[in-house]
Design a protein around this ligand. Structure first.
Ligand code: SF4
Ligand code: SF4
Length: 184
């Protein structure tokens, strides 16, 4: 994205999170795109099932979320059609941004891996070596769990003990229902 040039184009910021918190992401995104001459005209924080602990926000976005997001899009279209003057959105978040210390949960494949290579092909950051897909480069992995959900052999898993510890830490923050938000 560092090569992007907005030339004044309108941008709609969207973050999706698993019912814990989106922290500074919208704010950081606005700062980043504004510095590249985008007009950040609206922002949405939307809820989806937690990618690691699927018991949180399970089944979301559900029908009522989808209705709400459709309503958000109508409001955004209306704002764009009014050609409102460019001004920063008032977004939640800290400045300076909160430090990101990574997520210590990195999946690996077990013996049931058939070496089909799908996970290596689909990993968004190329953290799985194509010639050895049972491994994960932990320094690159962003813990998105895409490989876990797409593995046809269900071979990719997280360390069970680490998962238990992480669940304890997340339980409080993720248990209260969060709502989709629109900033306009
Ligand atoms: S998708 Fe699953 S079975 Fe295929 S290479 Fe990856 S871990 Fe192995
Ligand atoms: S969790 Fe995401 S980033 Fe990490 S190896 Fe799997 S697909 Fe790649």
């Amino acid at each position: 994205m560092s090569g992007y040039k907005g030339n004044g184009a309108k941008a709609i910021l969207v973050v999706v999170y698993g019912n814990r918190a989106y922290e500074d992401t919208l704010r950081e995104l606005q700062d980043y795109l504004t510095a590249r001459d985008f007009d950040c005209t609206a922002a949405v924080a939307a809820i989806a099932e937690h990618s690691i602990m699927r018991q949180f926000a399970s089944g979301r976005p559900n029908d009522s979320d989808k209705k709400q997001l459709a309503e958000f899009s109508r409001q955004i279209i209306s704002k764009i059609s009014q050609n409102a003057p460019r001004e920063p959105l008032k977004l939640a978040g800290n400045y300076p941004y909160k430090d990101y210390n990574g997520v210590p949960l990195k999946p690996k494949a077990g013996k049931s891996c058939t070496k089909c290579g799908l996970c290596a092909k689909m990993c968004p950051v190329a953290a799985i070596p194509a010639d050895d897909p049972q491994k994960t480069d932990n320094s690159i992995c962003i813990s998105c769990m895409r490989c876990v959900s797409i593995c046809p052999a269900k071979a990719r898993k997280l360390n069970a003990l680490m998962l238990k510890v992480a669940l304890k830490g997340l339980e409080k923050a993720c248990s209260t229902r969060k709502e989709n938000e629109l900033f306009i």
